[in-house]
Each structure stands twice: as structure tokens, then as C-alpha cells.
Design a protein around this ligand. Structure first.
Ligand code: GLN
Length: 482
């Protein structure tokens, strides 16, 4: 039962095969037996989950259940949850009980979904392996010596190992898509501004987007139906009318033009990821799609420009953690300056400090034009690359990550190698476009991912493409034995 998709569980609940309370207990039991190995959850909210499940059963009995009512989910610990510890993977927030719910959390609560707890993540969402979390690394359910990817590694591992039916993630440079690829699950980063960032702890505000991590494209559509929507509390929210992302899942792919980005097949892509992608392209051709070679000439500049823009924004966003209002405060400060300095030195981990230093430097007088302004210009060129490509194609399909999940400890001493993990995903954030990762095969027992990129606000289209692929393949149905 626990390996079913949310859509399947929803039908089982509707048919009265089981109650949400029973289902929730099953997930809680599985968390108890598996989380010690995986470390996917930082907090499990058992009592609240059971209360919410009973409430969901009650709603269902009254005929008021929606598609996700009673479905157990986990929230990345970057989302504020009222009355529940919200750490963002940092020591800085080890005692922070959020006084309100993030917009995304409110929306799932209103839909009657059942929160099981909060998932582990890289500290302040900075990382690609989940090794920067103050609460310890997360293990990849396919091979527990390997990383689940990051920064939403806890969510991806929890979905892959059936420790929840679905989970939320956030993606600033690849943090939904890369862990989805490493853990063999489905994830989508929506168009920038599609989902409210209110109550989602800020990393790089012009790039951050929340999105679903789940077991199928159909589930992603159901989750996005709940998550997306206008919110005046987030000034960058696009204020769009509600859209049903499931409506076009079954559209035919006849005539679909798929862009194959030359730059994504350059040096560095592992042979197995490439072979699996070639097979996926054949599946799409059989479904009536045609392949078109495209170029994204500035893709190689995406990582360097991101590592100016994201740290610059992070350095501003993280200035609020000063030991005064909330979060970690050092012991026995000598004076105000000592308190600021030691609270921040002790509360933040190494990677977060590195980003604050880089960002502060890039924004400082004299360097602003050389770094920040130049990075913003590159960002514009990257967007223009996509605009030209989308004159010729409907979607772009390529790899999510150059390889499968790597071993813990393999890359965390070399920041630049770690930064290059996101070589195929970061441009999508810089351009604000929707991007998705779905399972596309295996290599030596580890899942490989495929990335589907769409035009602005074309989530429904990429979900349709992913769903059709999943109807004709079963990579997304494979589950690890934990
Ligand atoms: N790996 C990238 C980083 O470390 C992206 C992280 C993210 O998307 N939150 O910044």
C-alpha cells in the first residue's frame, strides 16, 4: 500500500479500502523502522498527523474530500510550520518554532493533506548532497553509502523509501530536480512566481521556487493544483487564475517538437545517463514526437553567474540571523558586536559562511559592476538562449544530472566540484522557467534522471509529456529495498 502513488491512495480512500488514519499509522510505523538509517526526517509530528488524519476521514464521511484529502505528506524543513520546529537544516534555527504556516503549508492543510513531519535538507538549501545539514547527512535509499542529492534530499529520500506518499521541496538551482534524479522519483520546479514563497525561508529570492516531489507526473499535477495560486503576501507571485494541471495529462504527443540541447551532451556526461536518455528519446519518437537539435550557447556560464547572484542574495537574506530576534544566540556575549559575531560564527555552518563571504564581496563597492552586474547580464543572455530555442521547439529534454548518486564524502571537500553538480539545472532557475525531473532508467542499480524544460508557465505541457512517458515505461514504479 505504501508504495502507491497519491492518486492511487486517493482512490483507495474514496473506495473505503482503508481510512486515512490507518494509512497514516502505516507510514508512521515505516518511518520508525527506516528513518534511523535514512535520516530523511528531522521532525516527525506523530500526534498532529493522527489528528489531521481523523479530521480528513471526517471530511470524507461528510462528502467533502478533495483529491489529496487524507494523503500523508512531508514538508521540507524550509517551510514554516505553525507550532512545529522549523530548522532549515541549520543550527541557527535549532530552537525555532514557527509562529505561522507558510503559504504552501496552509494550502496543503486546507486541502486536507496530512503532514507527517519535516524533512532533512542542506543547511539553508545550500548544497547538492544533503551533507551540509546540521542534523546529519541523509542516506540514498538505493545505496545507503551514497547521497540522495540536495538540497531537498530528505524529501526525495522519504518519497523513494515510502516514508510518505509525497513531499514538498524547493529549488533555487536544482534542489528539487537533482535529488529527484538521484532517488528515482518525480519532481517539478514551477515557473518563478507560480507558487507563493511566503513563509518559505529565503535563500536567493529571485531564484527560489517551491514544488512537488512525488511518485508520478500525475501526483505532481495534483500537488501543483494545491500549491500554485495567487498570494498578495509574496510580491513576486504572478497572481494567476487557478489552473487544473491534470486537465491535459492525457493529450497526445503527436507532433511534439523536443529540443535536444547540444551543450547538455558535451564532456562530463556519463555514458549510462546518455544511453538511458537515447532510449527515452526513442520512446518519445514512438509516441509521435520529433527531435530537434538546439543550442543553449551560454549554458556554460550558468554556474559561474549563479554563484555570484545566489550568494549575493543569500548574504542579504541571511543578515536577519543576528542572535537578537530569534534563532541561535551564543553563550555569555561580552557586548553587542561579540554577540553578532559569535552567534553567526557558531550558528552557521561552513558552506553558509562561504556563501555569505562570497556574496558580501560581490556586492561591495568597487566590485559590484565587475561581478554582480556582469552576472545579471549573463542571466539575460541565458534567458535569450531559451527564448530562441522555444521558437523552434515545445519542450527541451536532456539529462538532470551528469551522473548517478555519488558516495558520501566524495565531493564535500571541493566546493567547485559540488557546484558543478547543477550544470544542467541552474540555467532553468536563472531564466525562471519550469523544469521537471523524472526517472529514465538505471545504471548499476542506481536511478538516472531526465529533465524536461518548458516555456514560461507551461507546467501543464511538461507534466503531460512526463505523464505520457510514464504511461509507456515503468522506471518511476521501481522502489529500493531499504
Ligand atoms: N546546489 C545548488 C546550491 O548549492 C542549488 C541548491 C538549491 O537549489 N537550493 O546552491
Amino acid at each position: 500500500m505504501l508504495s502507491k502513488t497519491a492518486a492511487e491512495l486517493s482512490r483507495a480512500l474514496a473506495d473505503g479500502e482503508l481510512s486515512s488514519e490507518e494509512l497514516t499509522r502505516e507510514y508512521l510505523d515505516r518511518i520508525k523502522s527506516r528513518n534511523e538509517t535514512l535520516n530523511a526526517y528531522i521532525t516527525v509530528t506523530e500526534d498532529d498527523a493522527l489528528d489531521a488524519a481523523r479530521e480528513a476521514d471526517h471530511l470524507r464521511a461528510k462528502g467533502q474530500a478533495g483529491a489529496l484529502t487524507g494523503i500523508p505528506l512531508a514538508h521540507k524543513d524550509i517551510f514554516c510550520t505553525k507550532g512545529v520546529l522549523t530548522t532549515c537544516g541549520s543550527r541557527m534555527l535549532e530552537n525555532f518554532i514557527a509562529p505561522y504556516d507558510a503559504a504552501v503549508v496552509e494550502r496543503f492543510n486546507a486541502a486536507g493533506a496530512v503532514m507527517l513531519g519535516k524533512t532533512n535538507m542542506d543547511e539553508f538549501a545550500m548544497g547538492s548532497s544533503n551533507e551540509t545539514s546540521y542534523y546529519g547527512a541523509v542516506a540514498n535509499p538505493w545505496d545507503t553509502d551514497r547521497v540522495p542529492g540536495g538540497s531537498s534530499g530528505g524529501s526525495a529520500a522519504a518519497v523513494a523509501a515510502d516514508l510518505c506518499a509525497m513531499a514538498t521541496g524547493t529549488d533555487t538551482g536544482g534542489s528539487i530536480r537533482q535529488p529527484a534524479a538521484f532517488c528515482g522519483v518525480t519532481g517539478i520546479k514551477p515557473t518563478y512566481g507560480r507558487v507563493s514563497r511566503w513563509g518559505m525561508i529565503a535563500f536567493a529570492s529571485s531564484l527560489d521556487q517551491a514544488g512537488p516531489i512525488c511518485k508520478s507526473a500525475e501526483d505532481a499535477a495534483l500537488m501543483l493544483n494545491v500549491m500554485a495560486g495567487d498570494d498578495a503576501r509574496d510580491s513576486t507571485n504572478q497572481q494567476l487564475d487557478a489552473e487544473d494541471f491534470t486537465a491535459s495529462l492525457n493529450d497526445s504527443l503527436e507532433g511534439l517538437r523536443i529540443g535536444v540541447p547540444k551543450e547538455h551532451f558535451a564532456q562530463g556526461l556519463s555514458a549510462s545517463v546518455q544511453t538511458n536518455l537515447q532510449e527515452a528519446y526513442r520512446v518519445f519518437e514512438k509516441l509521435g514526437a520529433t527531435l530537434v537539435d538546439i543550442e543553449l550557447p551560454h549554458n556554460g556560464l550558468s554556474v559561474p553567474s549563479y554563484y555570484v547572484i545566489a550568494p549575493a542574495e543569500a548574504s542579504a537574506n541571511l543578515s536577519r540571523y543576528d542572535g537578537v530576534r530569534y534563532g541561535y544566540r551564543c553563550d555569555a556575549p561580552k557586548n553587542l558586536e561579540d554577540m553578532y559575531m559569535r552567534s553567526r560564527s557558531e550558528g552557521f555552518g561552513e558552506e553558509v559562511k562561504r556563501r555569505i563571504m562570497v556574496g558580501t564581496y560581490a556586492l561591495s563597492a568597487g566590485y559590484y559592476d565587475a561581478y554582480y552586474k556582469k552576472a545579471q547580464r549573463i542571466r539575460r543572455l541565458i534567458k535569450q538562449d531559451f527564448d530562441s530555442a522555444f521558437e523552434k521547439v515545445d519542450v527541451i529534454i536532456g539529462p538532470t544530472s551528469p551522473h548517478t548518486a555519488f558516495r558520501r564524502g566524495e565531493k564535500n571537500n571541493d566546493p567547485v566540484t559540488m557546484y558543478l553538480e547543477d550544470i544542467y539545472t541552474i540555467a532553468v532557475n536563472l531564466a525562471g522557467l519550469p523544469g521537471m525531473s523524472i526517472p529514465a532508467g538505471f545504471s548499476d542499480g542506481l536511478p538516472t534522471g531526465m529533465q524536461i524544460i518548458g516555456r514560461d508557465l507551461a507546467e501543464a505541457r511538461i507534466l503531460n509529456v512526463a505523464h505520457q512517458y510514464q504511461l509507456h515505461t515503468d522506471w518511476h514504479k521501481q522502489r529500493p529495498e531499504v
